[in-house]
Ligand binder design. Structure first.
Ligand code: MLT
Length: 261
């Protein structure tokens, strides 16, 4: 498994950043740089993406979660704030199923609890055909218009270039297996009521993959969750408006019991 880190391993508090599809840990660079003293950040590449080797056998979203659980053991981290964006959020909810004690707090960004609708599953089949026929570049062509909000598409060419580069550094096989994990993930909605850790739900206002209504439904399902909507930001809110994203995260971290954010 491959991961990025910032902050000393002796830091009293830990945050684990879980990336979106079809990107990698490198999407969190601006967040790793922004964390204050007292925090250690760990951003893994999820299986088959970035530099992390995939599992054998049927791909499941729980593979990602079990890897996070194992990585935390390896790094001597008992529990952490788990921050996941989109697929990373699905993974955070899968971790809540397989190893809930690992979660001291949750940041769920541009994500939702529901499973794929029949229409979304059909879209996954189309994406599998794109990966097979046109590779990671074809996936980037298909996804870029949806991943970035209209403001970023109009005025943030550097973000487009970064995202395209991250997508194209993944292998077609890794992307295809991630598509299957997304397609087959279960509905996490029934478990929301049992989430008893502080939770921040963040969403880009211009996100066309996960609507603000989806984010609101997620926040409503988790007792005490805070919802923050980021203007001029799309699905990849942490990359599109990193300063606003970081400010929302740091403000919320500062509200946690015993926080020094
Ligand atoms: C992501 O950003 O991780 C994906 O868009 C999630 C999805 O397609 O459901």
């Amino acid at each position: 498994m491959s991961w990025l880190e910032s902050g000393p391993s002796s830091a009293p508090r830990v945050i684990v950043w879980l990336h979106a599809f079809p990107l990698s840990s490198a999407m969190w660079t601006r967040q790793l740089e922004a964390m204050p003293d007292g925090w250690r950040s760990i951003a893994p590449d999820l299986a088959g993406l970035g530099q992390t080797v995939d599992h054998a056998g049927t791909p499941l979203i729980e593979d990602f979660a079990r890897d996070v659980d194992a990585l935390m053991s390896t790094l001597g981290v008992e529990s952490a704030v788990i921050a996941g964006l989109s697929m990373g959020g699905y993974t955070a909810l899968a971790l809540h199923r397989v190893a809930p004690a690992r979660i001291a707090g949750l940041i769920l960004a541009d994500t939702k609890s529901t499973a794929d609708s029949p229409q979304a599953k059909a879209g996954r089949e189309e994406m599998l055909k794109v990966v097979e026929a046109r590779g990671a570049g074809g996936v980037a062509d298909e996804m870029m218009p949806k991943l970035l909000g209209r403001t970023s598409q109009a005025s943030r060419p550097e973000v487009s270039a970064t995202v395209r580069g991250l997508i194209q550094s993944n292998t077609p096989t890794g992307i295809a297996r991630a598509v299957k994990r997304l397609r087959d993930r279960p509905d996490s909605t029934p478990q929301l009521a049992s989430i008893a850790v502080p939770t921040l739900v963040l969403n880009g206002e211009e996100d066309v993959i996960i609507s603000v209504d989806d984010a609101r439904a997620l926040a409503t399902g988790i007792a005490g969750a805070t919802l923050s909507v980021l203007p001029a930001s799309g699905h990849l809110a942490n990359l599109e408006t990193p300063d606003a994203f970081n400010a929302a995260v740091l403000t919320w971290l500062g509200t946690l019991p015993g926080a020094r954010a």
